[in-house]
Design a protein around this ligand. Structure first.
Ligand code: PAF
Length: 288
């Protein structure tokens, strides 16, 4: 396994690999890898001859009051995990080569980025789509794998690649959870012992809603369901603020206000909750 730090080298290499008819799989990350990332690597390996993984904490997708400076980093450990998982190349650029002085070009996906995370994290998706577009241009992968845990991000990136005719297939891989249901995330490291004990209630609330929706005799009142989920989460002392609990069409991300005219749609229920300074997101998809 090799670590690549320059764009020039990465592009020459991937161009050569494509000429040799190798299938390239790509897993973009911000590092501090966990089992969720390992499952993305596994997915990429299934489809490809060569797997690239990028590690880059992208400053453009963090708001001024967010956790950029304290975002966890551990290259040595990430390197070891990648080697074990069978990654071929880690792309590990520095800020000055991704955004050199005078940098002024951005990718923006409209509409899909308005609600959910986009509402609470202004500018976040502009940062995500810009860096992902740059990475796709550098790595030129046949397959790019993203986690379902960031459901809106996955939808936005899929839309960007379709709209801009980018020659890569986006694969969305299921969320990996701890045994108590907490979705794996690099940010879980911030949780105190008490917050960590309360955090699985996010998944409990999502599972509760799923069970209710799937019950035939339930009257499916979304506001009631949301208030029950909210009660369940607020029953935990360390869950200090619910940013949103939202019901959306999984494909268009349009908000669903009633199940009545949406019988056949797959539903994405997503939420963002603050445990003190730690903000966690999670979601569940109800396929119908
Ligand atoms: O999901 C992430 O880790 C990041 O948003 C991504 C896709 C690597 C872009 O920085």
């Amino acid at each position: 396994m090799k670590i690549i730090r320059t764009i020039n080298y990465a592009q020459k290499l991937t161009t050569k690999l494509r000429e040799q008819k190798k299938i390239i799989g790509f897993v973009p990350t911000m590092g501090y890898l966990h089992k969720g990332h390992l499952s993305l690597i596994k997915e990429a390996k299934k489809k490809s001859d060569i797997v690239f993984l990028s590690i880059y904490v992208n400053p453009l997708q963090f708001g001024p009051k967010e956790d950029l400076s304290r975002y966890p980093r551990n290259l040595k450990r990430d390197e070891m995990l990648c080697r074990r998982a069978g990654v071929d190349y880690i792309f590990y650029p520095e800020d000055k080569i991704m955004y050199p002085e005078g940098y002024s070009t951005y990718a923006v996906v409209e509409n899909l980025t308005r609600g959910l995370e986009g509402k609470f994290r202004p500018g976040h998706f502009k940062g995500v789509t810009t860096i992902v577009l740059k990475l796709l241009n550098i790595i030129q992968p046949h397959y790019s794998v993203f986690g379902q845990k960031d459901a809106q991000q996955a939808a936005v990136i899929k839309k960007m690649t379709e709209d801009l005719n980018i020659n890569t297939k986006i694969i969305i891989s299921p969320t990996i959870r701890e045994t108590d249901g907490l979705a794996m995330s690099s940010r879980n490291i911030y949780l105190t012992k008490e917050q960590r004990a309360d955090a699985p209630y996010l998944n409990k609330a999502l599972e509760y809603a799923k069970r209710k929706i799937q019950l035939d005799n339930y009257n499916k009142d979304i506001d009631f369901l949301r208030s029950q989920m909210s009660k369940l989460i607020k029953s935990r002392k360390t869950a200090t603020k619910i940013d949103y609990i939202s019901f959306n069409d999984y494909n268009t991300l349009e908000e669903i206000k009633s199940f009545k005219n949406n019988k056949k749609k797959s539903i994405l229920i997503s939420l963002a909750v603050r445990f003190g300074k730690v903000r966690l997101i999670d979601n569940i998809i109800i396929k119908r």
